[in-house]
Design a protein around this ligand. Structure first.
Ligand SMILES: Cc1c2[nH]c(c1CCC(=O)O)Cc1[nH]c(c(CCC(=O)O)c1C)Cc1[nH]c(c(CCC(=O)O)c1C)Cc1[nH]c(c(C)c1CCC(=O)O)C2
Length: 339
């Protein structure tokens, strides 16, 4: 049914004719076609919650950039909202939560979300599936429990996330209770995405890098493993930004693919994770170079992973002011390259 299933085969560790490629945050950040859809609306949330439009911007990078997978247009912060903690997306500032979690009482107003609570995203996946008619697979996603917890306790983005980190020392029991609720919500949500048509899923632990290694085990990886072990239907990718200290532990996580950011040593990751497909990891800033530089940096990345199952990507989301032609150059270079 799928005309291009390269990314699924690579995720399962199979040899592929060429390396598959997609770009984290490909839907939304860089395309003028996205801005055109977005500008006609009241804001980001209206786009996320209108399935026809979410499907449209999900498919844009497939048409315009030629990527080997579509990632469903949504946000990791829909989970706290479905649990009872709504977010606002403030232009040029980012997400804000008016209510946060600070005490055990705050948990009483929260619930474990069900997939149906996020029916707008599930509907967007169904429409995307129909409109893609098998051109490329659909990637579903969610935030890792630690990253979602960090936003729910901090109430916004932060350089240090000191409020959620403080709670790990002052009230670890409350932290575990909230992390467990997020984990159960996330499993239900990802299973809903898969039932709606997601062909693989990625867990984004964007704030992995703010934790010490020992806390990362207890407060993040343990919950990621519950999710990864709970998803048996499709390949699972874990991307833990900044968690170089936990790379060896990823061998024990029930996922197919491990995402690497650009700080990570590819040769070391290959040695430590012989049984995992690796995803990444070009520096998003390399896309500010000339076309020749983009090509040579892309080939350098491909050579670093050569001989190991690999899904080409950047080491984190593409930056908003990147020239879409440079992104296309990155993608075309991967698609033309033969080992
Ligand atoms: C931490 C995080 C968030 N959201 C996400 C993460 C994890 C990935 C990462 O580490 O970058 C994940 C996300 N957010 C969005 C997607 C869509 C699919 C894709 O293109 O990858 C995905 C996969 C849309 C979005 N999410 C957001 C936008 C921009 C808002 C707009 O268009 O008005 C988009 C397209 C807003 C958002 N959402 C979030 C922040 C901090 C912000 C503001 C800054 C920013 O633009 O990234 C939380």
């Amino acid at each position: 049914m799928l005309k291009n299933d390269l990314i699924l085969r690579a995720a399962r560790g199979e040899k592929t004719e060429r390396t598959p490629v997609w770009v984290m945050r490909q839907a939304g950040r860089i395309l003028p076609e996205y801005r055109a859809v977005r500008n006609g609306l009241s804001g980001f949330k209206e786009l996320v919650e209108t399935p026809e439009l979410a499907a449209e911007v999900t498919i844009q990078p497939v048409d315009i950039l030629g990527v080997d997978a579509a990632i469903i247009f949504s946000d990791i912060l829909v989970i706290p909202e479905a649990m009872g903690l709504p977010y606002e997306m403030v232009e040029k500032t980012g997400p804000i939560f008016r209510k946060t979690v600070a005490t055990t009482e705050d948990l009483t107003s929260l619930k474990v979300a069900k997939a149906e609570d996020l029916s707008y995203t599930l509907e967007a996946i169904k429409i995307t599936k129909r409109e893609l008619s098998g051109r490329v697979p659909i990637i579903g996603f969610a935030g890792a429990p630690w990253t979602i917890f960090a936003y729910m306790v901090e109430g916004s983005g932060s350089k240090t996330f000191s409020k959620p980190r403080k709670m790990l020392y002052t009230d670890p029991e409350l932290a575990h209770r909230l992390l467990d609720m997020i984990t159960q919500s996330t499993i239900a949500y990802l299973k809903g995405q898969i039932a709606a048509g997601a062909d693989m899923v990625q867990i984004f632990d964007s704030w992995a890098g703010v934790l010490p290694p020992e806390q990362y085990q207890k407060f993040s990886l343990a919950y990621i493993e519950q999710i990864a072990a709970g998803i048996t239907e499709v390949p699972v990718t874990v991307f833990a930004k900044g968690a170089f200290f936990a790379i060896a532990d990823m061998a024990n996580i029930s996922c197919n693919t491990v995402g690497l950011d650009w700080n990570m040593d590819v040769q070391e990751a290959r040695k430590l994770l012989p049984g995992k497909t690796l995803q990444g990891n070009m520096d998003p800033c390399a896309l500010y170079g000339t076309f020749d530089q983009v090509k040579s940096e892309t080939i350098k990345m491909l050579k670093a992973f050569e001989g190991h199952p690999h899904i080409a990507n950047l080491g984190h989301g593409v930056y908003p002011d990147t020239d879409p032609d440079k992104v296309r150059c990155f993608i075309d270079t991967v698609k033309e390259y033969r080992a």
